[in-house]
Write a protein that binds this ligand. Structure first.
Ligand code: UDX
Length: 466
């Protein structure tokens, strides 16, 4: 006899902004399609909207096992990851074993670097699906890294990074050493990188893969991933797909944006006073840190670039400096306030959609790249770590929607890139961006590939619910 159980999905993001936001978009989309969802964050990165956008979407949090005052920064990531693997895993297990929600859990959608979700799902006998917040091209590269290590191609020394790198199937002739994920440089055997490689291997225990990308952007790389996963669901850009559904929207603005920091909306008023397509938006995501020297080079390069700029400078963004020092250095900016605006955190999607914005100087984080594509804003990428090196290579050489500043951040490079992007010498980039942005929009309408792939995912979640 058929068991009439409804589907109930637990969504488990890695506790950081760039992971929480796309997984929250997925949670909203599933709930709006009638699937019950429990969204599990950590107390420290609690996702606690004032009201849930759907009665089917519930928010809970557990401890990540670290004391409240632990910085959970990239410098101490080893401690953070260890705590997730041990203390947080124990709490997740405890939470799920004592869980009495109705209907019972039928599936865990675990972040691709939260294999604790796969472990616990297996223990409970429910389905596990992996959601990796990377691009398909980067995830494919990660899957190939163990082979490169085995073949002795990795790690390579940090010098001669311009040397061509051969052997990534589907990317022949495209890559230099410096374009591979930063972990492929000499530190490959160090702990955090081993964690990310192990997590990638563990992902294959999941029954399916969800990616925040779309078929017409990454078709060839998605096909390669189907050699590893029987089911691959490309359902991005998720922020655009969620905006297409009416859940969480009020008065034309996303009322439920998944930002873990407080947005400084004063920059929107400043943008209103700027000429069309004149502003360079500068933001390096939620984690990247720069040195004070890099800050000064960027500062000079932006000023010399001659364009107004809106710069997101998080209070924790400068290595080894306190907020006061940074503020005083920036107050020395020799440009009138009409030409610059600096904020701690901006409503990025809205900024990119503002008519005054003409270019995005970014670290090439995957959410930022997709948000730039959806808004049709060409990019300059200055990648820092993880997936960003690969993303920035694809941005400049495959999709041709921006420039790649990889590993350089001197004032004259910044100035030249800003001028090149903003001063109409970038016809090819503008054309490609317009084309790819249109493909992105087409993927999220009701008959678009991402909407259909999401439909397929929901159908399968319902099947296992029964
Ligand atoms: C990191 C990785 O770089 C990313 O590629 C991976 O998939 C997840 O972890 P992060 O460095 O934070 O994430 O960058 P990104 O993926 O670009 O995400 C940043 C998010 O913060 C974006 O959704 C962006 O809209 C948001 N943001 C950023 C704001 O809302 N306001 C800001 O001022 C800056």
């Amino acid at each position: 006899m058929e068991d009439p159980r409804e589907p109930h999905v637990l969504i488990l993001p890695f506790p950081a902004q760039g992971h929480t936001k796309p997984m929250l978009c997925l949670a909203k989309l599933l709930a709006s399609a009638g699937v019950r969802v429990t969204f599990l964050s950590t107390h420290h990165n609690r996702c606690s909207p004032s009201s849930s956008p759907s009665p089917l979407l519930r928010f809970v949090s557990i401890s990540d096992g670290l004391p409240d005052d632990h910085p959970r920064s990239l410098e101490l990531i080893g401690e953070f990851l260890l705590s997730i693997k041990t203390a947080m895993k124990a709490r997740l297990r405890e939470f799920l074993l004592s869980e009495s929600a109705e209907p019972p859990l039928t599936c865990v959608i675990a972040d691709g670097i939260m294999s604790i979700g796969i472990d616990v799902a297996e223990e409970l006998g429910v389905l596990a699906i992996s959601f990796r917040t990377f691009s398909a091209c980067c995830l494919w590269t990660f899957f190939c890294v163990p082979t490169f290590i085995h073949e002795g191609k990795l790690p390579f020394p940090d010098d001669d990074l311009d040397k061509e790198f051969h052997g990534l199937p589907g990317a022949e002739g495209l890559l230099r050493r410096r374009d591979l994920p930063s972990m492929c440089r000499s530190q490959i055997e160090s702990n955090p990188y081993r964690y990310f490689l192990d997590e990638t291997t563990t992902m294959t225990r999941a029954s399916a893969l969800i990616l925040n990308t779309f078929d017409t952007l990454e078709g060839p790389m998605l096909s390669r991933l189907t050699t590893i996963f029987a089911n691959v669901y490309a359902i991005g850009p998720l922020h655009a797909l969620a905006a297409e559904s009416d859940i969480g929207h009020s008065s034309g603005r996303t009322a439920f944006v998944g930002s873990l920091r407080i947005e400084d909306r004063s920059c929107m008023t400043w943008l209103d006073s700027q000429a069309s397509r004149s502003v360079v938006y500068v933001s390096f995501g939620s984690l990247a840190k720069i040195t004070i020297d890099q800050l000064m080079e960027l500062r000079h390069g932006l000023v010399d670039g001659g364009r107004p700029f809106l710069w997101v400078l998080r209070e924790d963004a400068i290595l080894g400096e306190n907020e006061e020092t940074v503020k005083s250095l920036l107050s020395e900016l020799k440009v009138p306030s009409e030409r610059r605006c600096v904020v701690n955190w901006a409503p990025q999607e809205e900024v990119l959609a503002h008519p005054a914005v003409g270019g995005f100087l970014s670290h090439g984080g995957w959410n930022s790249t997709l948000e730039s594509i959806a808004a049709g804003i060409p990019m300059i990428c200055w990648p820092h770590t993880g997936d960003q090196q690969i993303n920035s290579r694809w941005v400049s050489e495959v999709w041709k929607i921006g420039l790649d500043m990889k590993d350089t951040c001197d004032r004259s490079t910044v100035e030249t890139m800003v001028r090149t992007l903003m001063e109409d010498k970038n016809e090819e980039i503008m054309k490609s961006m317009a084309r790819i942005s249109a493909l992105s929009s087409a993927s999220v309408v009701s008959e678009g590939s991402s909407s259909k792939n999401l439909g397929r995912l929901i159908e399968n979640l319902r099947k296992i619910g029964r």
